[in-house]
Design a protein around this ligand. Structure first.
Ligand code: TMP
Ligand code: ASP
Length: 241
């Protein structure tokens, strides 16, 4: 199979293949934070992000959520449908942390009355700002697409919050993206991993995600390995349908 590099991002490479409308996403061990001002790398990060994303996309599909996921090809690579991405980052929050704590002055760890969905404009130069629907209309994103994004975020949260709860993890918040396939169908895309979610241990409150890297807390490699273990081992045992 001929692989042609289409795009290299901060944490992954994307390739086209001989198959039309199919891409390979190969996850790297590299990480950045704060819009690439901070850089790092740790062992098996790519493996964790690819394998966790694959397991979770497959699980979401069984719950009626369409995704770009086709199959996992090797430890660090997943095959996906080729999509035209919406310029939107969909953030869903159950507990205050990070930028929401700063925005509303909420203490980190404060449980929210109901999930909060934020639609951010995917633009590194602007720092991916949270926008409202008027801004998005001005940028040419349709109300239908925004509605899809909000509903997708809430539905993914409804499925994943209990999934992680059964694995002893509080799903504090997460970021997803969406795109349209060649036939015009909108679906979930990107990745679901400790890079793009906040995961706190239910018993100890320990952070098991990229905040360990962002905040120089140490133990980042161990945290990623622990999240991979909780997702794959319990999934393989079939404890949760
Ligand atoms: P925030 O609190 O920094 O806005 O982050 C909210 C969630 O989005 C958190 O789970 C981490 C994730 N996230 C990304 O996936 N990519 C990003 O560039 C940022 C800033 C956050
Ligand atoms: N992914 C973003 C960056 O590079 C930020 C983050 O995850 O904190 O820089």
């Amino acid at each position: 199979m001929t692989e042609t590099l289409l795009y290299e991002g901060k944490a992954k490479k994307v390739f086209t293949t001989d198959e039309e409308n199919v891409l390979l996403h190969r996850y790297k061990d590299d990480a950045t934070a704060f819009n690439a001002q901070k850089r790092g790398s740790w062992k098996d990060k790519g493996k964790t992000n690819a394998t966790m994303s694959a397991a979770i996309f497959a699980y979401l599909e069984t719950h009626g959520i369409p995704t770009h996921f086709v199959e996992q090809v090797d430890d660090t690579t997943i095959k996906t449908k080729r999509l035209t991405m919406l310029p939107v980052e969909i953030v869903v929050r159950n507990v205050a942390a990070g930028s929401l704590s700063r925005l509303l002055g909420f203490e980190e760890g404060r449980k929210l009355k109901a999930p909060i969905v934020e639609l951010c404009y995917k633009d590194d130069d602007l720092g991916d700002p949270v926008l409202n629907w008027y801004h998005f209309r001005e940028l040419g994103v349709s109300d239908e697409d925004l509605e899809f994004c909000e509903e997708l975020g809430l539905k993914v949260n409804q499925v994943l919050a209990p999934f992680f709860d059964e694995r002893g993890i509080i799903l504090v918040d997460f970021k997803i993206e969406a795109g349209r396939d060649s036939e015009g169908n909108l679906m979930l895309a990107d990745e679901i991993s400790p890079d793009t979610c906040r995961f706190w241990d239910k018993e100890t409150g320990e952070k098991l995600d990229k905040d360990r890297f962002r905040r120089d807390m140490g133990g980042v490699e161990e945290a990623y390995a622990e999240m991979l273990r909780r997702v794959t081992e319990i999934t393989q045992r079939g404890a949760v349908d």
